[in-house]
Design a protein around this ligand. Structure first.
Ligand code: SF4
Length: 324
């Protein structure tokens, strides 16, 4: 990285965050760029973003963007979704190796095999899938709208790709439909166990429990509230919730927004201090301010997709946005 030094010509590594943020702001204006960030990003990334949201909110935002460049602080499938929704824009991913282990579990070939087995079923793809898998999907969904989408679509049989945790949540909520889950899962959320939650509940007996539907069924069954990232944010920070402390089982990044929105409440997330280890997505956390700066400065790490993939993957995403 050339050029970014402080007034004493110290190298980039020792230039403080404030300067780095100022440089990023300058570049954003010069290059007509917008920064979108997922709630699981580091706090300093959330702070420089023009918009912070969950997968659904970010997909919506990506359709409204009128800048030349979108810097997407998230994992690969999110950048792909932004590209599919904005094919004429330059979508840059500050850490091109940041993938989603769950999205990578479902390949197009495996989903096609399931389609052969259940020819009448609709393929509903969680937005955490590759653009390739989206090309053979009937509709997409996020954890925020999965129940609503599945209730609304005309098919009685649903192949749900790739998250079996979210498939469990949906099958509990939607009556009269057969959900055929793909065997995928989020390694971060799905490794959280019932015993870990029991430990937290014992320590905080008065705290209601909110969990993300990517957690295992037995954890979901113990919760007072099961909801997507944005739904958990709303529930846990609401003045209607009669609690001084609340246990939240999802990625630690969301804590920052909760504390910003309602600092009067205590948010208990899985951490080593609580004796249960972090629920932490290393891929999401691999994006840093330095990487955002370099990516924007050099306009590198652009997401490119074949036009045929963009065209086909657009249909299920558009259907989702219309139905939700
Ligand atoms: S938290 Fe899980 S589902 Fe979300 S990006 Fe990370 S690996 Fe993928």
């Amino acid at each position: 990285m050339q050029g970014l030094t402080d007034k004493n010509s110290r190298p980039m590594e020792v230039v403080n965050y404030r300067q780095l943020k100022e440089e990023i702001e300058k570049l954003k204006k010069e290059k007509n760029a917008v920064i979108l960030a997922h709630y699981y990003q580091r706090p300093e990334i959330q702070d420089i973003a023009d918009f912070v949201g969950d997968s659904l909110e970010l997909a919506r935002k990506a359709t409204e963007v009128d800048t030349e460049i979108i810097v997407f602080c998230g994992v690969h499938f999110m950048g792909e979704t932004a590209k599919v929704l904005n094919p004429s824009k330059k979508v840059l991913l500050p850490e091109p190796k940041a993938g989603c282990a769950m999205a990578d579990m479902a390949t197009k070939e495996e989903v096609l095999k399931l389609k052969e087995k259940y020819p009448n079923a609709w393929v509903v793809s969680y937005v955490n899938t590759t653009a390739e898998v989206k090309t053979i999907s009937d509709i997409c969904c996020t954890s925020a709208n999965a129940v609503r989408i599945i209730e609304k679509i005309p098919s009685e049989e649903i192949i749900f790709v790739p998250d079996k945790g979210l498939a469990y949540h949906v099958s509990k909520k939607v009556k009269g439909k057969k959900i055929i889950p793909f065997e995928g899962f989020c390694p971060d959320h799905y490794l959280f166990t019932k015993n870990m939650l029991l430990k937290l509940k014992e320590k905080y007996p008065n705290a209601p429990v909110g969990v993300h539907p990517e957690t295992p069924p037995e954890v979901q069954d113990m919760a007072d509230f099961v909801g997507s990232t944005s739904q958990l944010l709303k529930w846990a920070t609401s003045d209607q919730l009669d609690a001084q402390e609340v246990i939240i089982i999802t990625e630690i990044g969301l804590k920052y927004q909760m504390e910003k929105i309602n600092p009067k409440r205590k948010y208990i997330f899985p951490t080593p201090e609580e004796g249960v280890g972090y629920l932490f997505c290393a891929q999401m956390k691999s994006v840093s301010l330095e990487k955002v700066y370099e990516t924007l400065k050099e306009e590198k790490n652009e997401i490119t997709l074949p036009s045929e993939v963009i065209e086909k993957a657009y249909k299920p995403i558009k259907r989702m946005l219309e139905l939700s």
